[in-house]
Design a protein around this ligand. Structure first.
Ligand code: MRU
Length: 358
C-alpha cells in the first residue's frame, strides 16, 4: 500500500513492510538517501537516540513499530509472559529521548491496547500490537492533513513565513505539522515565501526543511538562526509557524532550541507566532513548561562541525536540545481540531473534553 501518496517528492520517513521496520536515516540527508531495516529493539532505540528518525510524531510512530520489532522473537510466549516482556521493552524505548511526549504517548497507547485485547496467546497479542501500531501510523498521516486544513488560512498571498527546525514531512509520516499549512497553500497555488532557520547545532532546518520544501517546489530561503530578527526588522516575515515536542497544559511550548528566541523577536515586531501541534503532542499531565524535561545532548555537537573540532579542547559546553516558549508569546496552537487561542489552559482542556477548538 502506498502510505504517503501526498508526499511523493520524498522517501518515506518510515515503513512497516514484511514484518520489518524500515527507517530513512535522516542524519545523512540531504546528501545521501539511505533506508535501513531495523532488526532489534536496540537498533530502534539507537535510531531514535541518534536522530536517524526524529521529530516528535515520527518518534512516536517508530516506537510503536519498535515494540513490534521487540516482540517478534517472543511470539511463542504465553500471554502473561509476553505482556511482562512488552512492558520492559516499552520502558526501554521510552528512555531513548526525554522531551517529545509522542514517544511516551505511543508506547502507553500500545500497552493499553494490548492489555485490553482478548488475545490469548503471545502470537495473537503480537498481531494486536501490529494492528495498533499501524493505526497510530495512519492516524499520524490524518492528523497532519487536518492541521494543514486548519492552518491553511494563515498563509496569505505574498507573505513571508518563518519556520524553525524541521516540523515537516520528515518529522512525521504525513505532510508535517508546521509545514502542513504550507503544503496545502502551495497546492492551491498561493504564492508565498518560506524562510527556514538552519537550526544549530544539528542543522535540521538546513538539511531537512530546506530539502523537503525545495523538493516540493516551494519558494524557500535558508538563513542562519541569528538572521531571523534582522529579516523581521526588514518586514520580510509576516508569520512564524513552528512545530513542538510537547505542549504543557497551560500552553507552554517545548520545541527545538532557538524557538524561544524566534518567539521573543516575533513578539517585539508584532508578528503572529503559531505552533502546529497534533493532540499526540499535547501533554495535559504536565502543568507548565518548567516541568518538561529538556534533553541535554553531547558537547561534541556544539564543539565540532561536520566531524571537525571547531572549539578549544577542554572548553565547557552546554547543549540543551530544546527550549520552552511561554504561552504568553504564542498567538495560537494549530491542532487537528482547529486553532486554539488564549486562554490556553481553559481552551486546551475544552479541546480534549469536547473535541472542538475554541
Ligand atoms: O531533535 P529533533 O530533530 O527531533 O527536534 C525536532 C523538533 O524540535 C520539531 O520541531 C518537533 O519535534 C516537531 S516535529 C513535527
Amino acid at each position: 500500500m502506498a502510505l504517503q501518496p501526498h508526499k511523493s517528492h520524498l522517501p518515506p520517513t518510515l515503513e512497516w513492510r514484511d514484518e520489518t521496520l524500515y527507517l530513512l536515516d535522516q542524519t545523512r540527508l540531504p546528501l545521501e538517501c539511505v533506508i535501513e531495516a531495523t532488526d532489534s529493539v536496540e537498533a530502534v532505540w539507537r535510531a531514535i537516540h541518534e536522530l536517524r528518525v526524529r521529530g516528535a510524531p515520527a518518534i512516536g510512530v517508530a516506537a510503536a513499530y519498535g515494540l513490534c520489532v521487540a516482540m517478534q522473537p517472543e511470539r511463542q510466549a504465553p500471554r502473561d509472559a509476553f505482556l511482562a516482556r512488552l512492558e520492559q521493552h516499552a520502558a526501554y524505548l521510552d528512555s531513548a529521548r526525554p522531551t517529545a511526549v509522542n514517544l511516551r504517548w505511543a508506547l502507553e497507547r500500545m500497552l493499553a491496547h494490548t492489555r485490553g485485547t482478548e488475545a490469548r496467546t503471545g502470537a495473537e497479542v503480537y498481531e494486536a500490537l501490529v494492528a495498533e501500531a499501524t493505526r497510530i501510523h495512519h492516524e499520524d498521516i490524518e492528523l497532519c492533513a487536518k492541521i494543514g486544513e486548519h492552518g491553511r488560512s494563515l498563509i496569505k498571498a505574498g507573505s513571508g513565513v518563518l519556520t524553525h527546525c524541521n516540523a515537516g514531512a520528515l518529522a512525521t509520516t504525513g505532510i508535517g505539522t508546521a509545514t502542513a499549512p504550507l503544503y496545502c497553500a502551495h497546492r492551491e497555488g498561493v504564492p508565498f515565501r518560506v524562510y527556514a532557520d538552519e537550526t544549530r547545532p544539528l542543522l535540521q532546518g538546513a538539511r531537512l526543511t530546506a530539502y523537503e520544501l525545495q523538493q516540493a517546489g516551494l519558494d524557500v530561503t535558508l538563513i542562519t538562526d541569528s538572521m531571523a530578527p534582522a529579516l523581521m526588522a526588514q518586514g520580510l516575515i509576516d508569520l512564524v509557524i513552528v512545530g513542538t515536542d510537547r505542549v504543557a497544559a497551560n500552553g507552554d511550548v517545548a520545541n527545538k532550541i532557538g524557538t524561544l528566541g524566534v518567539a521573543i523577536a516575533a513578539k517585539h515586531f508584532g508578528i503572529p507566532f503559531y505552533v502546529a501541534c497534533p493532540s499526540s503532542t499535547l501533554d495535559l499531565r504536565t502543568a507548565r513548561g518548567a516541568d518538561i524535561v529538556i534533553e541535554e545532548r553531547s558537547a561534541d555537537e556544539v564543539a565540532q562541525f561536520a566531524g571537525r573540532r571547531t572549539a578549544p579542547e577542554g572548553i565547557k559546553v552546554r547543549n540543551p536540545a530544546f527550549d520552552v516558549t511561554p504561552h504568553a508569546l504564542v498567538t495560537g496552537i494549530v491542532t487537528e481540531l482547529g486553532i486554539v487561542r488564549a486562554p490556553f489552559e481553559d481552551n486546551l482542556a475544552t479541546l480534549f473534553a469536547t473535541g472542538a477548538a475554541v
